[in-house]
Design a protein around this ligand. Structure first.
Ligand SMILES: Cc1cc2nc3c(=O)[nH]c(=O)nc-3n(C[C@H](O)[C@H](O)[C@H](O)COP(=O)(O)OP(=O)(O)OC[C@H]3O[C@@H](n4cnc5c(N)ncnc54)[C@H](O)[C@@H]3O)c2cc1C
Length: 188
């Protein structure tokens, strides 16, 4: 099936219909009824890994943004000096570095208190990082103008990739729920 109009080959995404599937007992991993446990065990490290890659994507988008803001001239000035573009660049750096520190904190918590106990920190970055990255990419697209939505920059593909991350490995709302419940627990 298609994601944002692309088939994402060679990796791809597909519909799978499981119809009367029988799995030999010997092939069961961990134990009967424990599949969710396995997927949860994988998801914590998987989610932080997505966030680390997203930080890299945001860095690349900001780099592209800055290069274009310096090289493209309009109304007699580089784009960097027009409108609120200094603010756009500064806000991108501020938000990116805040997210990077939050990812480092989540990694530290996973290493010290364990993946399960660190879920609040993992959920926090799983919400914050793709949203921040989307914002930075969107700003870069704006600076590039029409070029930004064409195939001549990687920005459009970066945006669609990050947009799916607000769903994959748990939608934002579910992660917010995890964070809120952990916060409330302290006072119940
Ligand atoms: C490109 C892509 C790749 C994916 N790859 C994988 C993969 O490799 N393995 C895998 O297992 N899954 C994968 N997924 C699936 C992904 O994990 C699910 O799409 C995601 O968990 C959301 O589930 P759902 O699509 O069934 O939406 P639903 O569960 O129906 O949720 C839809 C919407 O309802 C709202 N919602 C849901 N729950 C709550 C709540 N508690 N509070 C408030 N609002 C809520 C949110 O707005 C949410 O976006 C992938 C998804 C995408 C887009």
């Amino acid at each position: 099936m298609y994601v944002f109009g692309k088939d994402d080959a060679p990796h791809g995404h597909m519909h799978i219909k499981l119809d009367n599937v029988r799995v030999p007992k010997d092939n069961i991993i961990l134990g009967e009824g424990r599949g969710f446990e396995i997927s949860q065990g994988r998801l914590g490290p998987g989610r932080i890994h997505h966030c680390m890659r997203s930080i890299g994507v945001a860095e690349r988008a900001l780099e592209l943004l800055c290069k274009r803001a310096l090289s493209r001239t309009a109304f007699g000035k580089p784009l960097a000096e027009l409108g609120g573009n200094y603010d756009v660049i500064a806000d991108s750096r501020i938000e990116l570095d805040m997210c990077r520190l939050a990812v480092l904190k989540a990694a530290y918590m996973m290493d010290t208190i364990g993946n399960k106990e660190a879920r609040k920190y993992i959920s926090a970055i799983k919400v914050a990082v793709p949203n921040m990255t989307l914002k930075v990419i969107d700003r870069a697209i704006q600076i590039y103008g029409a070029l930004g939505v064409s195939q001549d920059t990687p920005l459009a593909a970066m945006w669609t990739g990050q947009r799916t991350l607000r769903l994959a490995d748990g939608p934002d709302e579910v992660h917010r729920r995890v964070i809120a419940r952990e916060e409330l627990k302290q006072y119940q």
